[in-house]
Design a protein around this ligand. Structure first.
Ligand code: HEC
Length: 157
């Protein structure tokens, strides 16, 4: 008897949880917290793509098709990054390393984004040319643009 009741209670809770989750998502498809999480996912994917290029470029016989794919993802990120910082997605929206200066100093932040966007295409060009030396130079230049922004606009861990 007791056992059957608990099962009933349990399924009622599960159902309510499912309903409230569904409602939450339907009502606020892009809450500040969700946008913040999406931004962090984008950056982690960018970090993975950048690392893949670095690792693959060290092979004796680099897989340039795979490098090109990853370079395309880096270029895409450099184009899309401007959409990743809607107002209200700073520390007020949850756990983030994005510093308030991103919104307080928009011109400086745009300059940091532009440095990355200007340099990223060299990765793709080097991958397409199958030129390891050019790839290494592009990795260094792009890496410096990541660091330039992180130093100014990303909080330490
Ligand atoms: C214009 C600024 C800017 C540029 C350029 C930039 N980043 Fe970031 N990056 C950030 C900010 C801000 C965060 C923190 C986001 C957050 O926590 O909401 C971040 C987060 C990350 C993260 C997630 C790790 C963590 O816990 O914060 C990785 C990985 C990362 N960046 C890698 C890169 C790489 C690799 C590049 C260059 C190819 C790059 N970033 C270029 C600003 C930038």
């Amino acid at each position: 008897m007791h056992f059957r009741l608990s099962i009933k209670a349990f399924s009622a809770i599960a159902l309510l949880t499912a309903i409230s989750f569904g409602t939450l998502h339907a009502d606020v498809p892009s809450s500040p917290a969700e946008l913040l999480k999406a931004r962090r996912d984008h950056y982690n994917a960018l970090g993975d793509a950048n690392k893949a290029i670095r690792d693959l470029s060290r092979d004796r016989n680099p897989d340039f098709a795979a490098i090109e794919k990853a370079a395309q993802r880096v270029v895409d990120a450099s184009i899309n990054q401007s959409k990743w910082f809607p107002k209200g997605t700073g520390p007020e929206a949850g756990k983030t390393r994005a510093l308030p200066d991103i919104w307080a100093k928009p011109a400086e932040f745009e300059a940091a984004q532009k440095m990355f966007a200007d340099r990223a295409p060299a990765l793709l060009a080097a991958a397409q040319a199958k030129d390891v030396r050019a790839l290494q130079n592009a990795l260094r230049d792009v890496g410096a643009s990541c660091k330039n922004c992180h130093d100014q606009f990303r909080a330490p861990e």
